[in-house]
Design a binder for this molecule. Structure first.
Ligand code: CP
Length: 306
């Protein structure tokens, strides 16, 4: 239960395969069972980007565990006035028990974690979105009973979600296929890490062919074509990404039992059609709910709730 006690989660690669499975098991248990923190612990949320799901699910998870949350928007702290990360980290370390950070550069998160002794959680960087993928794997496990041997196909931008999906699927014993337009590949170092984790036991496939990638897949996944901070590029990206839209036609190539996931927020008519996201194979609302259960398990494990 206390496998992650006192640890950071900066990347999904910080977990072993068995730790990942234990977290998913705990998340499943927490849907019906209550755990409480041993003392009144406080989570800080330092988010430099907008968030609905991550902010609210972390907050509710911490309240349900009996803890409290402080929302530290950069604009209401000295961070926006240029206080060095190293100084902010060492000060927050003296007040908080755990800190979740949403920012741009992974390096900023890593500096924070180096200077703060308290556990630091990646609540999304440009490189990774590990908490999202914990909830995704929980949703897939609920549908199929287990994860090993399943195939997940991600169609779209090789962004932070694609990066964390590669790591998460490799850790879970799943095959992963990423179909993306030329010039929008996932991070090369993360691809190598995922292939090392998979160790030739499962596939980590990169392709420009969304139809070939979708054939027989058990999970079809997409995300927005322009992530936060890339809004100015959206106009240039749309024509390039058009062949990578999840439509009913693309979905028909997947396994007949396949589910469709999207981390949300979604842009209907761009990366996914309204018909698919509202269709019977869409599990996006269960997936969004599972952010709460997966992050509650993560906090309980890191803080040693009983
Ligand atoms: N999927 C996700 O991280 O949602 P938010 O940006 O709303 O937190």
């Amino acid at each position: 239960m206390a496998a992650l006690f006192g640890r950071d989660l900066l990347s999904l690669a910080d977990l072993t395969s068995s730790e990942l499975h234990e977290l998913l098991e705990l998340a499943t248990q927490l849907k019906s069972q209550k755990l409480k923190l041993q003392c009144h612990q406080v989570l800080g949320l330092l988010f430099s980007k907008a968030s609905t799901r991550t902010r609210v699910s972390f907050t509710v998870a911490m309240y349900q565990l009996g803890g409290q949350v402080i929302d530290l928007h950069p604009n209401v702290t000295q961070v926006s006035r240029g206080e060095p990360i190293q100084d902010t980290a060492r000060v927050l370390d003296r007040y908080l028990d755990v800190l979740a950070i949403r920012t741009f550069a992974q390096q900023e998160l890593e500096i924070f974690a180096n200077y703060a002794k308290i556990p630091v959680i990646n609540a999304l960087t440009d490189l990774e979105h590990p908490c999202q993928v914990l909830a995704d794997l929980l949703t897939i496990q609920e549908k199929f009973g287990s994860l090993a041997g399943l195939t997940l196909t991600y169609v779209g931008d090789g962004n932070n979600v694609a990066n964390s999906l590669m790591l998460g699927c490799a850790l879970a014993g799943m095959n992963v296929r990423i179909a993306f337009p030329s010039g929008y590949a996932p991070d090369a170092e993360v691809v190598e890490k995922a292939r090392n984790i998979a160790n030739h036991q499962t596939e980590v496939i990169l392709t420009h062919d969304p139809e070939a990638a979708t054939k027989g897949a058990h999970v079809l996944y997409t995300d927005v074509w322009a992530s936060m901070g890339q809004e100015a590029e959206a106009g240039d990206r749309f024509p390039v990404f058009q062949p990578y839209q999840i439509s009913q036609q693309l979905l028909s190539l997947a396994d007949p039992e396949a589910i469709v996931l999207h981390c949300l927020p979604a842009h209907r008519g761009e990366e996914i059609t309204n018909e698919v996201i509202e269709g019977s194979q869409s599990k996006v609302w269960d997936q969004a709910e599972n952010r709460l259960h997966a992050q509650k398990a993560l906090l309980a494990s890191i803080l040693g709730a009983k």
